[in-house]
Design a protein around this ligand. Sequence first.
Ligand code: CP3
Length: 342
Amino acid sequence: MNDTFLRACRGEPVDYTPVWMMRQAGRFMPRFAAILKKMDFLTMCRTPEIAAEVTLEPVDALGVDAAILFSDITTTVVPMGMDLKYADSNGPYFSNPVRTEADVGRLVVPQDDEGLMYVYDTVRILARELAGRVPLIGFAGSPLAMASFMIEGAMSRNYTGLRRMIFSNPATFELLMDKIRRHTARYLCAQAKAGAQALMLFDSFAGVLGPRDFREFNLPHVRRLIQDLEGTGVPIIYFGLGAGGCLDQMRDCGADVIGIDAGLDLGVAIRALGNGVSVQGNLEPYVLFQDRDQIGRRVGEVLEQGKTARGHIFNLGHGVPPGTPVDNAKALVDAVHDQSRS
Ligand code: CP3
């Protein structure tokens, strides 16, 4: 069993630096593109055999040290009453965004696993097929990420709807966050029970709030959610995109690993976080469009900075860009392994 990734999460000694890439499942992989010609994205997510196949593709092709479940953050809240659609041009959106107190009141917190059984079925297939080759990472969007998506209805430029609700109707916002947090806790616990060996929380719009408001409106929900996951016993990774001004708060959120985006210097981030957590990141994703030698040099720089951390999991600062040559992604993985071993 290759447990290098799990060891780095816990800050235990490793023989080399483990590596995987956000958005490795899908997007730039050829098999994913071929399947996407035959069925739509949401059908892929909801068909366990297909979702499992897409999850395994980069494990086989790139030699990464962890698999991440192929799914999306938006599918999770469908059983709460959200109507999820997918536009080929822009991605997922909700046709019934949550705007008022009554909208939030109507959202349900499901009391059984029925509506997301296809995810747990996918995890069970993967636990069997991976057979200990590499650990499987399960994931969900953070309460704030999901609240943003549910209020705006889609990706947004300024998150004005979200900010308006936070500041004009904080009680409604708190109720929304609480409902999402309870549902997400059940969802992540069920993934772990089905066989996920680590859980990652994508706080994809964390940077919308400055440190003052991050502390009041986001951090308590993140902490509470991570507490809810304690019983799973698996490492928790927290990734707060664009929220480099809140590293001191992330340090204390309860996660074992903090994901660092490409907007920060990894060495500086590690000094701010201290030695109580491991880090994951943070190579600029578009370096993958450089040649093999250049990729190797940039990998070396990130590895050097990562040495100062309790544990370092090599990753990109955000997802693999569409159109990334598979050979370059493989070159990156090989470079991380070769350079960190010597
Ligand atoms: O990391 C992985 O490979 C696992 C699978 C995964 C996907 N989405 C598959 C996907 C994960 C972990 C996500 C998370 C996700 N989804 C986030 C948080 C991470 C982040 O980027 O900050 C967000 C905001 C979403 C919502 C989402 N999904 C958008 C806005 C879009 C469209 C634009 C885009 O980024 O591609 C998606 C589509 C999506 N999710 C694709 C994949 C493979 C692309 C599908 C396609 O090519 O048509």
